[in-house]
Design a protein. Structure first.
Length: 319
């Protein structure tokens, strides 16, 4: 006798898996790592290795001894968190020990406290980064100057970042657009090169791991808002091209705001999410205490993602 079995969704299967997606994201982050090493030397490599190792270690320890569940370290998600956390800090020797603390907060509080991958409401790397920024503001704002190609020394000399120059009103001393594009400027070593970020983002788009909705809405809104301010008062505000090439807008829009777990599911919701991130970023940059607002903007929009998902529900095909 044949029995009709009715199962719940999803009914469409593919060969994609969390592990494949995470390791493809890691592959997309390689250009940023190489640019960081090229301009900031061994410190960038050491910080990345320490951050990744600590994230993997802390996740394994929490899963084994606290949650008592099978380890998921090999799925690559801890490596993604470690790399993104490293990319959001200055490439100075002081950060090598400090990034271990950030990794503990990112994994322990930002991810595993909610039950692990897929359950965290906030981007773990940004949770760790904001914790470090608030708790250790001096170390997190001590920026190394950019060296020659592939400097081998780990010694650094502090210098100003483009956003720091803007905050102090020195618009006439900003780096050239080409330097901003390739990454030959001061700042967090993973976010300085728009070229490297675009290479990674294009790869993710081609692999259909992310869609264009959040990056375009984020960057477009930031550019439009900054353009309006610039047209109103060009002596006080910067032009839109400089706005999107400085700081963490490109990295945040392409790699952190697009986090599948913490961003809306529907395309319309993703557009709303990206617009909100862009608006908040420019507001914090121009009228907040910090010169950068990307991390705060994404975390704030992460908090309203459940509301966006509730409002932007997909069309139902049955009652």
């Amino acid at each position: 006798m044949n029995i009709l079995n009715i199962s719940g969704s999803p009914h469409v299967h593919s060969d994609e898996s969390t592990k494949k997606i995470m390791w493809r994201v890691n592959l997309a982050l390689v250009p940023m790592l190489l640019i960081g090493i090229a301009f900031f030397g061994l410190n960038a490599l050491l910080i990345s290795l320490v951050s990744v190792a600590c994230c993997c270690l802390f996740q394994w320890l929490i899963e084994k001894f606290i949650l008592k569940v099978p380890s998921t370290v090999c799925d690559g998600s801890a490596v993604v968190t470690g790399l993104l956390l490293a990319f959001n800090v200055p490439a100075t020797a002081d950060m090598i020990w400090l990034v271990a603390i950030g990794a503990l907060v990112a994994i322990g509080i930002g991810k595993m406290a909610f039950g692990g991958l897929g359950k965290n409401p906030f981007n773990p790397a940004l949770v760790g980064r904001v914790f470090m920024l608030i708790s250790f503001p001096v170390q997190m704002t001590t920026w190394p100057t950019v060296g020659k190609w592939f400097p081998m020394t780990t010694d650094t000399v502090t210098g100003a970042t483009p956003l720091g120059i803007i905050k102090e009103g020195g618009l006439e001393s900003l780096p050239q657009a080409w330097d901003l594009f390739i990454g030959h400027v001061g700042g967090s070593f993973g976010e300085v090169s728009a070229l490297a970020i675009l290479i990674g983002a294009i790869y993710l788009l081609c692999r259909k791991i992310i869609t264009w909705h959040i990056p375009v809405a984020f960057i477009g809104t930031a550019a439009l808002f900054s353009c309006i301010l610039w047209l109103v008062n060009p002596d006080q505000f910067i032009d839109p091209l400089t706005t999107i090439l400085t700081g963490g807008i490109m990295l945040g829009a392409c790699f952190m705001a697009t986090d599948m777990v913490t961003s809306p599911m529907a395309k319309s919701g993703q557009l709303i999410f990206g617009v909100g991130c862009g608006l908040l970023t420019i507001i914090i940059r121009n009228w907040g205490s910090y010169p950068e607002g990307v991390s705060f903007a994404i975390l704030l929009m992460n908090s309203v993602t459940p509301l966006i998902n509730r409002w932007c529900k997909p069309k139902r095909f049955a009652n």
